[in-house]
Write a protein that binds this ligand. Structure first.
Ligand SMILES: Cc1cc2nc3c(=O)[nH]c(=O)nc-3n(C[C@H](O)[C@H](O)[C@H](O)COP(=O)(O)O)c2cc1C
Length: 190
């Protein structure tokens, strides 16, 4: 049995600006599962990631942008949840991820060797799975390691209650396994 020397710190980033976002519900549930598995978490969703367009030539960072970069720098694992907008990751989430560029010169460049979980949410499998694939590609570009399991959610079916609690237990089980894989638990074996 592997014993963690410390509680892994998992950063969750994503959701939409819509109140009651299903993407945010999924992200919150995944982070709750991380905590059940013994990890610590920080959530950046909604207004937290409503950041100025990333400008590589402007060193100024708003407080919200600085908080995100600080958390990502400290992260032992990252989980990203995006809606499928027009078949792709949303601009909101992509812009927030562009701030990872601030980690380029760190001793751990970008998110090198960092577990990277992905959740894609859309009104159909095509956009949900396509978005999931794009998130995994972004993780590769950032030198992170996408977890074996990614979670695609078709939000046309009854997945969440309005309060974010779960209806679809299969989705819940997937989010739980994703959480286990993020912190290197027994879920690595799929
Ligand atoms: C601007 C916009 C574009 C969208 N494009 C698609 C799409 O191409 N395919 C699809 O299946 N769903 C699409 N959707 C639906 C979202 O993917 C869906 O609402 C998803 O559950 C995420 O939204 P939520 O987190 O706000 O609930 C779109 C929604 C918006 C607002």
């Amino acid at each position: 049995m592997v014993v963690n020397q410390k509680q892994p710190f998992v950063v969750g980033l994503g959701g939409t600006l819509r109140v009651g976002s299903s993407t945010e519900h999924a992200l919150r549930l995944c982070l709750s599962a991380v905590e059940r598995h013994g990890g610590r978490t920080a959530l950046f969703c909604g207004a937290d990631i409503d950041l100025p367009m990333y400008n590589p030539h402007d060193q100024f960072r708003t407080d919200k942008a600085a908080a995100l970069v600080t958390a990502l720098r400290a992260a032992d694992a990252v989980v990203v949840a995006s809606p499928g907008y027009h078949g792709a990751i949303s601009g909101l989430v992509k812009n927030a991820l562009d701030y990872v560029e601030d980690l380029r010169g760190d001793p751990r460049a970008y998110l090198e060797n960092t577990p990277w979980g992905c959740i894609g949410c859309a009104y159909g499998w095509q956009a949900a799975v396509g978005t999931l694939g794009q998130l995994r590609s972004i993780g590769h570009a950032l030198r992170a390691w996408p977890t074996p399991l990614g979670v695609a959610i078709n939000s046309t079916s009854a997945v969440f209650n309005d309060d974010g609690s779960l209806i679809d237990e299969t989705v819940g089980a997937q989010l739980d396994l994703l959480a286990a894989q993020l912190i290197g638990g027994p879920g690595w074996v799929t």
